[in-house]
Design a protein around this ligand. Structure first.
Ligand code: AMP
Ligand code: MG
Length: 343
């Protein structure tokens, strides 16, 4: 018979303990509250809970940034690696001062041009921000979402809300509240139900801590748009052996269970298997089990993660994704497609 270090029964073997634990689990299994009220959702944040909420990019999974136990729940619920930092979401610009030691001149310019919107700026963090939120980094990403419901919710929380995307780690980011429920029902306290997201890809991330702003992650705000505001802005490329500035980009991301294949222009598909799907802006001659033709790269970007999820629900084995021009949102879309292929 198994005994634990203290000479008692180990829970996993003693039949009475097993029964007791499962009854307790059953009685106290977390129920995820669904609400359309930002005030009800904010009350849960104030009690130390975690709440998924809609933004214009993707749904986020939020907690009070100053409550370390609540922030830990985000990592647990998502099964997110502890070295992947979170973004602080604010409802008004003045709150940045509580999060960052300094708002640099370049950061100020980006804030004037793109807040509220799909841009995260990385600044040196203040002592008030716990390291669990930044995955041990001395910097913090800050964003002010454009969705009014997100801002009403954050304002009602009374504190900045730290949030990654509201999916299980590695899965495509959720663009509807139903996709959040698919991954996290029973694992989080609440879902604030809102509209499907508009953009459908995660925010652009730009590091403003040094003299030259560095684009760390592509998003709806393109490098060209950033350069129109600060011409010196560059894409970040880590030197070999250097610790990447955005550790999260190392991790597996955006991947459906199905295999993703990027189709270059006019490329023929050899051996098309029955359970395959296609998304793109141009029609193709082949017969796919699911086909999604989008009117533009913008629509393609907003649809792609939900399309991946739908393909998984329907047992699709291969998803063919058409290449788009790498301008505007097309760059961010191609970045996500390439990551989905890699993983
Ligand atoms: P998610 O919203 O789930 O895509 O996760 C947030 C992502 O933002 C991370 O994976 C990083 O790529 C990026 N990020 C957040 N905070 C920082 C930071 N302090 N420095 C660099 N990148 C960050
Ligand atoms: Mg994410």
């Amino acid at each position: 018979m198994d005994t634990d270090k203290n000479g008692g029964y180990s829970n996993s073997r003693c039949p009475l303990c097993v029964r007791y634990v499962s009854v307790v689990n059953f009685l106290f299994a977390m129920k995820t509250v669904l609400t359309t009220s930002p005030d009800e959702a904010a009350a849960i944040i104030k009690r130390g809970g975690v709440v998924a909420f809609p933004t214009e990019t993707v749904y986020g999974l939020g907690a009070n940034i100053f409550d370390e136990k609540a922030v830990a729940k985000i990592f647990e619920a998502k099964r997110r690696p502890a070295d992947n930092p979170l973004i602080a979401h604010i409802s008004d610009i003045s709150k940045i001062r509580t999060l960052a030691t300094e708002v640099t001149e370049n950061a100020e310019k980006f804030i004037q041009s793109f807040f509220p919107g799909p841009l995260t700026i990385v600044l040196a963090k203040s002592d008030a921000v716990p390291y669990i939120a930044t995955a041990g980094l001395d910097t913090i990403g800050v964003r002010m979402p454009r969705f009014k419901l997100a801002r009403r919710f954050i304002a009602a929380c009374g504190v900045p809300v730290v949030a990654p995307s509201a999916n299980l780690s590695g899965r495509p980011s959720p663009t509807t509240w139903q996709a959040v429920a698919e991954d996290l029902d029973g694992r989080i306290d609440c879902i604030l139900q809102g509209d499907p997201t508009e953009i459908g890809l995660e925010s652009t991330v730009v590091d403003c801590t040094g003299g030259t702003p560095l684009l760390l992650r592509q998003g709806a705000i393109s490098l060209t748009q950033l350069q129109e505001v600060v011409p010196a802005t560059k894409s970040y490329v880590p030197n070999s052996g250097e610790q990447p500035k955005s550790p999260g980009l190392r991790h597996k991301h955006y991947s459906p269970t199905a295999k993703v294949v990027i189709l270059d222009d006019k490329c023929e598909i050899s051996n098309l298997e029955v359970r395959s799907a296609y998304i793109g802006v141009n029609e193709r001659g082949e017969q796919f089990q699911i086909t999604r033709i989008c009117r533009s790269a913008k629509e393609y970007a907003s649809a792609v993660f939900e399309f991946f999820r739908e393909c998984d629900r329907r047992g699709i084995k291969t998803i063919y994704c058409e290449t788009v021009d790498e301008t505007g949102i097309g760059s961010a879309l191609m970045d996500r497609l390439r990551r989905a292929v890699e993983s």
